[in-house]
Design a protein around this ligand. Structure first.
Ligand SMILES: Cc1cc2nc3c(=O)[nH]c(=O)nc-3n(C[C@H](O)[C@H](O)[C@H](O)COP(=O)(O)OP(=O)(O)OC[C@H]3O[C@@H](n4cnc5c(N)ncnc54)[C@H](O)[C@@H]3O)c2cc1C
Length: 265
Protein backbone atom coordinates (compact mmCIF):
# COMPACT_ATOMS: atom_id res chain seq x y z
CA UNK A 1 0.00 0.00 0.00
CA UNK A 2 1.35 3.44 -0.91
CA UNK A 3 2.23 5.51 2.16
CA UNK A 4 2.14 9.30 2.00
CA UNK A 5 3.48 11.47 4.80
CA UNK A 6 2.50 15.14 5.07
CA UNK A 7 4.33 17.64 7.27
CA UNK A 8 2.02 20.43 8.46
CA UNK A 9 -1.70 20.07 9.14
CA UNK A 10 -3.20 23.45 8.34
CA UNK A 11 -4.36 24.94 5.03
CA UNK A 12 -1.75 23.45 2.67
CA UNK A 13 -1.20 20.14 4.42
CA UNK A 14 -4.84 19.31 5.05
CA UNK A 15 -5.97 20.34 1.54
CA UNK A 16 -3.28 18.07 0.12
CA UNK A 17 -4.39 15.25 2.42
CA UNK A 18 -8.08 15.43 1.54
CA UNK A 19 -7.37 15.87 -2.18
CA UNK A 20 -5.02 12.88 -2.11
CA UNK A 21 -7.67 10.77 -0.41
CA UNK A 22 -10.04 11.54 -3.30
CA UNK A 23 -7.36 10.58 -5.80
CA UNK A 24 -5.99 7.55 -3.95
CA UNK A 25 -8.62 5.67 -2.06
CA UNK A 26 -6.28 2.95 -0.81
CA UNK A 27 -3.24 4.99 0.21
CA UNK A 28 -2.14 5.33 3.82
CA UNK A 29 -2.00 9.08 4.51
CA UNK A 30 -0.34 10.36 7.68
CA UNK A 31 -0.32 14.06 8.60
CA UNK A 32 2.17 15.25 11.23
CA UNK A 33 1.38 18.60 12.85
CA UNK A 34 3.63 19.94 15.55
CA UNK A 35 0.98 22.20 17.08
CA UNK A 36 -2.04 21.07 19.09
CA UNK A 37 -4.61 21.82 16.36
CA UNK A 38 -5.05 20.95 12.70
CA UNK A 39 -7.11 22.60 10.02
CA UNK A 40 -7.96 25.65 12.08
CA UNK A 41 -9.27 28.92 10.66
CA UNK A 42 -6.26 31.28 10.81
CA UNK A 43 -8.23 33.94 8.99
CA UNK A 44 -10.70 34.13 11.86
CA UNK A 45 -8.09 34.56 14.60
CA UNK A 46 -8.15 38.39 14.70
CA UNK A 47 -11.95 38.36 14.87
CA UNK A 48 -11.91 36.14 17.94
CA UNK A 49 -10.06 38.93 19.80
CA UNK A 50 -13.05 41.29 19.67
CA UNK A 51 -15.62 38.56 20.13
CA UNK A 52 -16.97 38.96 16.61
CA UNK A 53 -16.22 35.24 16.41
CA UNK A 54 -17.87 34.39 19.67
CA UNK A 55 -16.70 30.85 20.31
CA UNK A 56 -13.02 29.88 20.17
CA UNK A 57 -14.15 26.41 19.09
CA UNK A 58 -15.61 27.92 15.91
CA UNK A 59 -11.98 28.35 14.76
CA UNK A 60 -11.34 24.64 15.03
CA UNK A 61 -12.76 23.53 11.71
CA UNK A 62 -11.79 19.86 11.94
CA UNK A 63 -10.52 17.38 14.48
CA UNK A 64 -8.27 14.34 13.89
CA UNK A 65 -11.24 12.14 14.83
CA UNK A 66 -13.53 13.76 12.24
CA UNK A 67 -10.81 13.57 9.59
CA UNK A 68 -10.30 9.89 10.34
CA UNK A 69 -14.00 9.20 10.09
CA UNK A 70 -14.69 11.23 6.96
CA UNK A 71 -11.46 10.80 4.96
CA UNK A 72 -9.67 7.91 6.67
CA UNK A 73 -6.69 10.17 7.38
CA UNK A 74 -4.19 9.47 10.15
CA UNK A 75 -3.79 12.99 11.55
CA UNK A 76 -1.36 13.41 14.44
CA UNK A 77 -1.16 16.73 16.27
CA UNK A 78 1.76 17.42 18.63
CA UNK A 79 4.03 15.46 16.30
CA UNK A 80 7.01 17.44 15.04
CA UNK A 81 9.05 16.19 12.12
CA UNK A 82 12.66 16.80 13.11
CA UNK A 83 14.50 15.46 10.07
CA UNK A 84 14.07 13.83 6.68
CA UNK A 85 16.22 11.11 5.19
CA UNK A 86 15.32 11.20 1.48
CA UNK A 87 17.63 8.27 0.63
CA UNK A 88 16.01 5.96 3.19
CA UNK A 89 12.63 7.68 2.68
CA UNK A 90 12.03 8.17 6.36
CA UNK A 91 11.20 11.06 8.66
CA UNK A 92 12.22 11.38 12.30
CA UNK A 93 9.29 12.47 14.44
CA UNK A 94 9.04 13.81 18.01
CA UNK A 95 5.88 13.38 20.09
CA UNK A 96 6.44 14.46 23.68
CA UNK A 97 9.43 12.50 24.95
CA UNK A 98 9.08 9.89 22.24
CA UNK A 99 11.19 10.04 19.06
CA UNK A 100 10.50 7.57 16.27
CA UNK A 101 11.03 7.00 12.56
CA UNK A 102 8.25 6.77 9.98
CA UNK A 103 8.80 5.56 6.44
CA UNK A 104 7.15 7.05 3.38
CA UNK A 105 6.76 6.47 -0.35
CA UNK A 106 5.91 10.10 -0.99
CA UNK A 107 6.45 13.14 1.21
CA UNK A 108 4.62 16.47 1.13
CA UNK A 109 6.09 19.43 2.98
CA UNK A 110 3.67 22.12 4.05
CA UNK A 111 5.26 23.64 7.15
CA UNK A 112 4.09 27.19 6.44
CA UNK A 113 5.72 30.36 7.63
CA UNK A 114 6.14 31.84 11.10
CA UNK A 115 5.95 35.48 12.17
CA UNK A 116 9.10 37.45 11.60
CA UNK A 117 10.52 38.58 14.90
CA UNK A 118 12.30 41.89 14.49
CA UNK A 119 15.60 42.40 16.24
CA UNK A 120 14.16 45.20 18.36
CA UNK A 121 16.14 45.86 21.53
CA UNK A 122 14.30 44.73 24.66
CA UNK A 123 11.81 42.50 22.82
CA UNK A 124 12.81 39.41 24.81
CA UNK A 125 11.94 41.18 28.06
CA UNK A 126 8.67 42.60 26.72
CA UNK A 127 6.03 40.58 28.54
CA UNK A 128 3.19 42.32 26.70
CA UNK A 129 4.36 41.74 23.11
CA UNK A 130 2.76 39.02 20.97
CA UNK A 131 2.37 37.86 17.41
CA UNK A 132 -0.65 36.03 15.99
CA UNK A 133 -0.33 32.94 13.88
CA UNK A 134 -2.28 30.19 15.57
CA UNK A 135 -4.72 29.26 18.33
CA UNK A 136 -2.07 29.08 21.11
CA UNK A 137 -0.99 32.64 20.14
CA UNK A 138 -4.62 33.75 20.35
CA UNK A 139 -4.95 32.11 23.78
CA UNK A 140 -1.90 34.04 25.03
CA UNK A 141 -3.27 37.36 23.76
CA UNK A 142 -6.71 36.69 25.23
CA UNK A 143 -5.18 35.72 28.60
CA UNK A 144 -3.21 38.98 28.62
CA UNK A 145 -6.32 41.02 27.75
CA UNK A 146 -8.27 39.25 30.46
CA UNK A 147 -5.59 39.43 33.20
CA UNK A 148 -4.07 42.86 32.60
CA UNK A 149 -7.05 44.74 31.18
CA UNK A 150 -4.80 46.83 28.90
CA UNK A 151 -6.00 50.21 27.67
CA UNK A 152 -3.37 51.18 25.11
CA UNK A 153 -2.51 48.85 22.25
CA UNK A 154 0.25 49.23 19.67
CA UNK A 155 0.29 47.33 16.42
CA UNK A 156 3.70 47.20 14.77
CA UNK A 157 3.21 46.61 11.05
CA UNK A 158 0.21 47.80 9.05
CA UNK A 159 -0.13 44.83 6.72
CA UNK A 160 -3.31 42.76 6.44
CA UNK A 161 -2.95 40.95 9.76
CA UNK A 162 -1.82 44.08 11.60
CA UNK A 163 -4.84 46.02 10.39
CA UNK A 164 -7.23 43.20 11.26
CA UNK A 165 -5.84 43.00 14.77
CA UNK A 166 -6.03 46.80 15.06
CA UNK A 167 -9.67 46.72 13.96
CA UNK A 168 -10.54 44.10 16.55
CA UNK A 169 -8.64 45.60 19.48
CA UNK A 170 -10.33 48.91 18.68
CA UNK A 171 -13.67 47.16 18.59
CA UNK A 172 -12.87 45.69 22.00
CA UNK A 173 -12.48 49.23 23.32
CA UNK A 174 -8.70 49.67 23.40
CA UNK A 175 -6.94 52.83 22.35
CA UNK A 176 -5.03 51.66 19.28
CA UNK A 177 -1.89 53.06 17.65
CA UNK A 178 -0.56 51.60 14.42
CA UNK A 179 3.12 51.94 13.67
CA UNK A 180 4.29 51.37 10.10
CA UNK A 181 7.83 51.71 8.75
CA UNK A 182 6.67 52.29 5.16
CA UNK A 183 5.24 55.67 4.13
CA UNK A 184 1.67 54.33 4.12
CA UNK A 185 -0.51 51.59 5.60
CA UNK A 186 -0.95 48.36 3.61
CA UNK A 187 2.39 48.80 1.80
CA UNK A 188 1.45 46.46 -1.10
CA UNK A 189 -1.23 48.97 -2.16
CA UNK A 190 -0.58 52.21 -4.04
CA UNK A 191 -0.43 55.23 -1.78
CA UNK A 192 -3.61 56.67 -3.36
CA UNK A 193 -5.58 53.55 -2.39
CA UNK A 194 -3.99 53.22 1.05
CA UNK A 195 -4.99 56.82 1.81
CA UNK A 196 -8.66 55.76 1.96
CA UNK A 197 -7.79 53.14 4.56
CA UNK A 198 -5.68 55.53 6.61
CA UNK A 199 -8.49 58.11 6.58
CA UNK A 200 -11.01 55.50 7.71
CA UNK A 201 -8.72 54.36 10.53
CA UNK A 202 -8.29 57.94 11.73
CA UNK A 203 -12.03 58.53 11.43
CA UNK A 204 -12.60 55.52 13.68
CA UNK A 205 -10.21 56.94 16.26
CA UNK A 206 -7.16 54.81 15.52
CA UNK A 207 -3.82 56.63 15.65
CA UNK A 208 -1.67 55.94 12.57
CA UNK A 209 2.08 56.63 12.57
CA UNK A 210 3.74 55.96 9.20
CA UNK A 211 7.42 56.20 8.22
CA UNK A 212 8.10 55.31 11.84
CA UNK A 213 9.65 52.22 13.35
CA UNK A 214 10.19 50.89 16.83
CA UNK A 215 13.82 50.79 17.90
CA UNK A 216 13.52 49.54 21.47
CA UNK A 217 11.17 48.19 24.10
CA UNK A 218 11.68 49.51 27.60
CA UNK A 219 10.14 48.77 31.00
CA UNK A 220 9.27 45.18 30.02
CA UNK A 221 7.54 46.47 26.89
CA UNK A 222 5.43 49.15 28.57
CA UNK A 223 7.31 51.77 26.55
CA UNK A 224 8.23 51.67 22.89
CA UNK A 225 10.98 53.97 21.69
CA UNK A 226 10.56 55.14 18.10
CA UNK A 227 13.25 56.10 15.59
CA UNK A 228 12.76 59.81 16.21
CA UNK A 229 13.08 59.35 19.97
CA UNK A 230 9.34 59.56 20.72
CA UNK A 231 8.25 57.18 23.48
CA UNK A 232 4.89 55.41 23.15
CA UNK A 233 3.16 53.92 26.16
CA UNK A 234 1.83 50.45 25.30
CA UNK A 235 -0.02 47.98 27.51
CA UNK A 236 -0.22 45.38 24.77
CA UNK A 237 1.81 45.22 21.56
CA UNK A 238 1.19 43.02 18.54
CA UNK A 239 4.07 42.49 16.14
CA UNK A 240 2.91 41.88 12.63
CA UNK A 241 5.92 42.63 10.47
CA UNK A 242 5.87 39.75 8.01
CA UNK A 243 6.79 36.08 7.96
CA UNK A 244 9.83 33.87 7.59
CA UNK A 245 10.21 30.18 6.67
CA UNK A 246 9.10 27.92 9.49
CA UNK A 247 11.87 25.41 9.06
CA UNK A 248 14.96 24.45 7.07
CA UNK A 249 13.95 20.76 7.10
CA UNK A 250 14.14 20.43 3.30
CA UNK A 251 17.46 22.24 3.03
CA UNK A 252 19.04 20.08 5.73
CA UNK A 253 17.88 16.98 3.85
CA UNK A 254 19.33 18.30 0.58
CA UNK A 255 15.87 18.43 -0.99
CA UNK A 256 15.58 21.01 -3.72
CA UNK A 257 12.18 22.62 -3.47
CA UNK A 258 10.45 23.72 -6.61
CA UNK A 259 11.43 20.39 -8.16
CA UNK A 260 10.07 16.98 -7.38
CA UNK A 261 11.66 16.37 -4.03
CA UNK A 262 12.59 12.77 -4.62
CA UNK A 263 16.17 11.99 -5.52
CA UNK A 264 16.38 10.19 -8.83
CA UNK A 265 13.05 11.41 -10.27
C1 LIG B 1 -3.99 35.97 11.71
C2 LIG B 1 -4.01 35.49 10.29
C3 LIG B 1 -5.03 35.92 9.44
C4 LIG B 1 -5.05 35.51 8.11
N1 LIG B 1 -6.05 35.94 7.31
C5 LIG B 1 -6.10 35.53 6.03
C6 LIG B 1 -7.16 35.93 5.18
O1 LIG B 1 -8.07 36.65 5.60
N2 LIG B 1 -7.14 35.49 3.88
C7 LIG B 1 -6.14 34.68 3.41
O2 LIG B 1 -6.17 34.28 2.25
N3 LIG B 1 -5.13 34.28 4.21
C8 LIG B 1 -5.09 34.69 5.49
N4 LIG B 1 -4.05 34.27 6.29
C9 LIG B 1 -2.97 33.46 5.71
C10 LIG B 1 -3.31 31.97 5.70
O3 LIG B 1 -3.72 31.58 6.98
C11 LIG B 1 -2.04 31.23 5.30
O4 LIG B 1 -1.72 31.59 4.00
C12 LIG B 1 -2.24 29.73 5.39
O5 LIG B 1 -2.52 29.35 6.70
C13 LIG B 1 -0.98 29.02 4.93
O6 LIG B 1 -1.20 27.64 5.07
P1 LIG B 1 -0.03 26.62 5.19
O7 LIG B 1 -0.63 25.29 5.40
O8 LIG B 1 0.90 26.80 4.04
O9 LIG B 1 0.83 27.07 6.47
P2 LIG B 1 0.43 27.20 7.98
O10 LIG B 1 -0.97 27.64 8.18
O11 LIG B 1 1.51 28.02 8.59
O12 LIG B 1 0.53 25.70 8.52
C14 LIG B 1 1.72 25.01 8.58
C15 LIG B 1 1.69 24.07 9.77
O13 LIG B 1 2.82 23.23 9.72
C16 LIG B 1 3.25 22.96 11.03
N5 LIG B 1 4.65 22.55 11.01
C17 LIG B 1 5.72 23.33 10.68
N6 LIG B 1 6.86 22.63 10.78
C18 LIG B 1 6.50 21.37 11.18
C19 LIG B 1 7.25 20.21 11.45
N7 LIG B 1 8.56 20.17 11.34
N8 LIG B 1 6.57 19.11 11.85
C20 LIG B 1 5.21 19.13 11.95
N9 LIG B 1 4.47 20.23 11.70
C21 LIG B 1 5.10 21.32 11.32
C22 LIG B 1 3.05 24.27 11.75
O14 LIG B 1 2.93 24.06 13.14
C23 LIG B 1 1.77 24.80 11.12
O15 LIG B 1 0.65 24.53 11.91
C24 LIG B 1 -4.02 34.65 7.62
C25 LIG B 1 -3.00 34.21 8.48
C26 LIG B 1 -3.00 34.61 9.80
C27 LIG B 1 -1.89 34.13 10.70
Amino acid sequence: MEKIVIVGGVAGGMSAATRLRRLKEAAEIIVFEKGPFVSFANCGLPYAISGEIEERDALLVQTPEALKKRFNLDVRPLHEVLAIDPQEKTVTVKNGEQIFTESYDALILSPGAKPLVSAIKGLEEATNAFSLRNVPDLDQIMAHLEDKKPQKATIIGAGFIGLEVAENLHKKGLEVTILEKAPHVLPPLDEEMAAYIKNELIKQGVKVLTSQSATAFEKAGQEIVLEDGTVLASDVTILSVGVQPETDLAKRAGIQLGHRGYPGR
